[in-house]
Each structure stands twice: as C-alpha cells, then as structure tokens.
Write a protein that binds this ligand. Sequence first.
Ligand SMILES: [Zn+2]
Length: 104
Amino acid sequence: MGDISMLAMGLAVLAAVVAVGIKAHKRRSSYGASEHELGPFQVTSFDAIDDTVRRTRCVCGGVLQLQSEASIRRDDRELRAARCHCAQCGDTMTLTFDLASLHH
Ligand SMILES: [Zn+2]
C-alpha cells in the first residue's frame, strides 16, 4: 500500500511538471519568439544592472546567469541590453536598462 501511494504521488508530481512545461511552451509561442524581454529598468549605476539580473528569476523560478551585455539604441534612447540564460531550464531572456540618468 505504501509503495502504491508513493507511486501515485510520483505520477502526480510528474503530471504537474508536464503541465507547467506545456503552459510555458504555449506562452512562448504566443509571444512569437523564444526570447523574453524585461525592461527597460531605470538604473543609476552599472552595479544596479548586476543587482537586477541577480534579483530577476526566470518564469520557471530558476536563477539567471548573465551571458553578454551590449549597448542598443531604441526610440532615440541608449539602452543596455543584458542577455541572460536560465540556469535551470536554459531559456534565454534579455533585460534592458535605461542609462539616461548615468549621463548628466
Ligand atoms: Zn528557467
């Protein structure tokens, strides 16, 4: 009896994981790209960029790891784009930062 309830619990957990995976996949395809973007965040220092990346979590709850940073220009504003990937599911995410308050 004990073994059966353990097995049932295992199956329930597995079903939940699959359901979450399907939901994440649906959200991704409706977005139109495999890449998520967050921001622009208003920052006053480059340290704030690292802090924000550290605080932000993937949709799966995983920790983000910074891959590369680049300056981009959008709507006449200079933005800093931090490209990250999730340590847990490997999904990529770009965080953009508005550095306007850095240039006085
Ligand atoms: Zn993830």
